[in-house]
Ligand binder design. Sequence first.
Ligand SMILES: [Zn+2]
Length: 77
Amino acid sequence: MEIDAQTGFFLYLFGWLVLLGVCWGRELWRVKIYDWALSEGRVCICEDCHFAFLIKSGESVARCPRCDEMCTLRKRY
Ligand SMILES: [Zn+2]
């Protein structure tokens, strides 16, 4: 099997397109996961009883559903 210059060039171009497509798809997937995490709220762990529960993303203070202790969310950024 012989590959001429033109076929080789097209194969090279096709390979790059596939690589770009994979990178683009991965980026889209990452953004989707990030958006999902933001809309679903954040995990807050009670300092008193170590009970983990979800609070809304806009809130930074919540009450623990188990022991009713005030729980402040620490920013992780
Ligand atoms: Zn608690």
